[in-house]
Design a protein around this ligand. Structure first.
Ligand code: ATP
Ligand code: MG
Length: 604
């Protein structure tokens, strides 16, 4: 959920300014209209007042001058006019005329200043008792009173409207300020929540009405979120930690990618398989990963995965083998969904199957080697037996004996090979060897005498060095015979003609609890790289060249027999083209616990 509040200050301010302007114009217009109306009415009443005044003066003057001479009339009108003018500052002049429009008297000469400020003239007829017009009275009004009333009215109206405007403006501005302040407070609160600061509360001392309700609702929501967070955070952290620790400690490599291919989690095994530093590829596209050989390893498969419909890939994850940093990695890509089944990305599991791939290859080599090894002696046997059977009479006894010697050799070879294979399956099945205290020197000599014929074929001599102080030790004679036979056969096989083979048996100088037996030849030797692997089952250096045949089982049997079944140790020291020394240590007094452990393992 995304909450976005946009306070457009300029827009709001413009609205307020426009409101104020319009209300100011309205107030000014209303006040002008009101003032002009009041003035109009004022002047109208003023004109009425003038008429009334004129009529009164006309009536008074008629009454005062009735039956008087012209001179008397003038004098009376003069004194009457002066007394009126002196008592009323609004009248600027009074003029009396007879019925022929001749001026009887005018005050303009006596009140010159006033006459000059005349604003309104009006003329009223003077009528006698019979209703006949006897003359006219003209009055000038200077509107002093009217203008002072108008001025006062205007001023007071102006003050009243200005006050109204000021109060109105102040109310609008204060209200706007208060609302904006409350919105700003709310804005800060919402921002705090959006940043995860649940529990933030808003002060609302001065707020009222809907704003107060809004603030209360906000505070309620915030405290609920806070409580929810507190309740869930521990649970979520626990879940996350569990999930991460499972992934981190799983025996296979795991890479978790989001829907944009960015790696979001890489466990230590995956880092090791991919030869990358901790967090090196986090947040980068995993499809673009390049191994140390410069090969883009996963791009094509990730693209295939993404093209496959989710319903299909969900049921059957994409599996493939890929070479990463010269190792064979079995990879499985499966999609990742949320609880509501939204696609989140994918998980790639990486399993290093280099060893298994190697063993697979060795196994198939083994099968081809075994068949070849079996076929060769069988062919020889068939041809020799066939010759003897069909043409035996034609050969001399010596020749026949030689033929039978060859047949015997091949049978021994065949027998050895079959025994190796049988031993192998016996050792693999954890069968326990019975041990008896015996003289290891006797076993050694017996084995060597059996191999003498084989050695003689290559004119190889055994040089045996023995220690007469070797005590009797517990061992399984048959299996140790096979161990010695394997080592010596190898030495014969991989040494040149006419070269000696040294065989030594003695109590170990470094560790007198062990008997040490070594077989040294001056043969082709083994490189350091191969030395690490020659004791593995089916492993043969010659698989590369196929010059000398074998099954690759011999040294594996030696190692298992000595180390697993006799608590001993095998070793090899060799240099290419110089020769090799193979040997093993046998404990003089094997510990009971180890024996028991082996027994348990055998039973299991
Ligand atoms: P087999 O099972 O018939 O004995 P193999 O001799 O090939 O077959 P191992 O005895 O297990 O198998 O030997 C493994 C490999 O070690 C051989 O293929 C050979 O390359 C190397 N090797 C063993 N002994 C020697 C040796 N004395 N000199 C040189 N290489 C040796
Ligand atoms: Mg061998």
């Amino acid at each position: 959920m995304k909450l976005q509040i946009n306070f457009d200050n300029t827009k709001q301010n413009r609205l307020i300014a426009a409101g104020l302007l319009i209300s100011t114009i309205l107030i000014i217009a209303v006040s002008i209209f009101a003032i002009s109306k009041i003035q109009e009415k004022l002047y109208e009443s003023y004109a009425n007042f003038g008429q009334l005044l004129g009529k009164t003066i006309a009536m008074q003057s008629y009454e005062l001058t009735k039956d008087k001479t012209k001179e008397e009339k003038r004098a009376i009108l003069k004194s009457h006019s002066v007394s009126i003018l002196e008592s009323n500052a609004d009248i600027s002049f009074i003029t009396f005329k007879d019925n022929k429009d001749n001026i009887i008297f005018t005050s303009t000469n006596n009140f010159k200043d006033r006459a000059e400020h005349t604003k309104t003239n009006l003329s009223v007829p003077i009528t006698n008792s019979k209703g006949k017009i006897d003359g006219t009275v003209e009055i000038g009004l200077n509107a002093t009173m009217a203008s002072s009333v108008a001025k006062t009215t205007k001023n007071s109206m102006f003050i009243v409207f200005t006050l109204v405007w000021a109060v109105f403006t102040a109310v609008i501005l204060i209200n706007t300020f208060l609302i904006t302040r409350e919105l700003a407070t709310l804005h800060h609160g919402v921002k705090a929540i959006s940043k995860g600061r649940f529990g933030t509360t808003l002060e609302h001392k001065d707020a009222s009405g809907e704003i107060k309700e809004l603030f209360n609702a906000f505070n309620d929501m915030s405290s609920r979120l806070h409580r929810y967070e507190e309740q869930n955070i521990e649970e979520l952290t626990l879940e996350r930690n569990k999930f991460e620790s499972v992934l981190m400690n799983i025996a296979n490599g795991v890479v978790v990618c989001d829907s944009n291919d960015a790696a979001v989690l890489v466990n230590p095994i995956a880092e090791h398989i991919l030869s990358i530093k901790h967090n090196e590829i986090i947040n980068t596209s995993f499809a673009d990963y390049v191994d140390t050989e410069g090969t883009v390893c996963f791009k094509n498969e990730i693209e295939t995965f993404k093209k496959t419909p989710l319903e299909i890939i969900e049921k059957k994850p994409l599996e493939f083998n890929v070479e990463v940093n010269t190792r064979i990695i079995k990879s499985v890509i499966s999609p990742m969904f949320s609880k509501s089944h939204d696609y989140l990305g994918y998980i790639i599991v990486l399993i290093d199957i280099t060893k298994e791939a190697e063993v697979d290859k060795l196994k198939s080599d083994f099968i081809s080697n075994v068949s070849h090894e079996l076929r060769t002696p069988l062919t020889i046997l068939r041809s020799y037996i066939d010759t003897l059977y069909n043409f035996g009479d034609e050969f001399k006894f010596e020749e026949q004996k030689e033929f039978i010697g060859v047949i015997n050799q091949e049978i021994i070879r065949l027998n050895n090979m079959v025994n190796d294979i049988l031993d192998f399956s016996k050792l693999e099945s954890n069968t326990r060897y019975e041990k008896q205290n015996g003289d290891i020197m006797l076993t050694l000599e017996k084995t060597l005498s059996n191999l003498k014929v084989l050695a003689q074929e290559k004119s190889i001599n055994f040089i045996v060095e023995k220690d007469n102080n070797i005590p009797k030790i517990p061992y399984n004679e048959e299996s140790i015979e096979r161990v010695i036979s394997n080592l010596v056969t190898n030495a014969i096989k991989y040494a040149p003609k006419n070269s000696p083979i040294d065989i030594k048996a003695a109590i170990s100088e470094q560790n007198p609890d062990y008997v040490k037996i070594t077989v040294s030849d001056k043969g082709i030797g083994i490189s350091k790289e191969h030395q690490k692997k020659i004791f593995d089952r089916f492993y043969r250096v010659e698989n590369d060249t196929h010059t000398i045949k074998g099954t690759g089982l011999g040294l594996h049997l030696v190692k298992v027999t000595i180390e697993k079944h006799h608590q001993g140790k095998v070793f090899v020291e060799s240099e290419l083209n110089q020769g090799s020394t193979f040997g093993f240590y046998l404990p003089i007094n094997p510990t009971k616990e180890n024996e028991e452990e082996i027994a348990k393992e055998a039973q299991a």
